[in-house]
Design a protein around this ligand. Structure first.
Ligand code: AMP
Length: 218
């Protein structure tokens, strides 16, 4: 099974591209952010424990994350690849992933490092909203619905905004990225994991093309 990490600052387009990769390349996506949001929605003990931390843009205890990742991976025997989105987010989490995969006789194949200018990130995040029905992600500045208030994909008229996409929280999330997450790249590079640089300032289609080339030519 292939194990690929999609990497980049909050707002770099990881979620949007992950969806496209999963649809096109028979990967299964593992977004720890999505797993945590489901825990919160279900009202589970894990959800209750991490809700306020997440709302501030900080990270819940990694032990919680490891439980979610273990549970997810133990249910995925028959897929051709796993795409990790939002994980690993710290150097310790990267070590956990490397060890977990080693126990399964697997390795991290590559990292797709999406690069976006810092100035753009704030607008990308604070303009973001998604369809409640199908999950399609939009942005009021860059990718509005073709018909205002109607989802292009499923025609639903119900949308939601992530509670941690406020300007104040985004600043914390960007700082956490710089201090805690960016160093993950150095660790993976030192482990000889291939790091593929993706220009995230291009159109969504062109970003996807770069990713497809990287994954198909692997
Ligand atoms: P995301 O959907 O990846 O942008 O994540 C949203 C929020 O969930 C982050 O700001 C963190 O509070 C939390 N989160 C997601 N993944 C992780 C992780 N691997 N480790 C710690 N916190 C995470």
């Amino acid at each position: 099974m292939r194990h690929v990490i999609i990497f980049g600052a909050p707002g770099s387009g990881k979620g949007t591209q992950s969806k496209k990769i999963v649809d096109a390349l028979n990967f299964i996506g593992m977004s720890t952010g999505d797993l945590l949001r489901s825990e919160i929605e279900s009202g589970s003990a894990v959800g209750r424990e991490c809700e306020s931390v997440m709302a501030q843009g900080k990270f819940p205890d990694s032990k919680l994350i490891y439980r979610l990742v273990d549970r997810f991976l133990s249910n995925q025997e028959n897929v051709s690849g796993v795409l990790y989105d939002g994980f690993p987010r710290t150097v310790d989490q990267a070590k956990f992933l490397i060890d977990t995969l080693k126990n399964k006789g697997a390795v991290v194949e590559s990292v797709l490092n999406i690069k976006v200018d810092h100035a753009d990130l704030l607008k990308r995040i604070t303009g973001r909203f998604s369809c409640v029905q199908c999950g399609e992600i939009y942005n009021k500045y860059y990718k509005p619905c073709k018909e205002k208030g109607v989802c292009d994909i499923c025609q639903s008229e119900e949308f939601k905004v992530r509670s941690d996409d406020t300007e104040e929280t985004v600043k914390t999330r960007l700082r956490m990225y710089k201090d805690e997450t960016a160093p993950v790249l150095d660790l993976l590079r030192a482990q000889n994991v291939k790091i593929v640089c993706i220009d995230g300032m291009q159109s969504m289609e062109s970003v996807f093309e770069q990713i497809e080339n990287a994954l198909i030519n692997e």
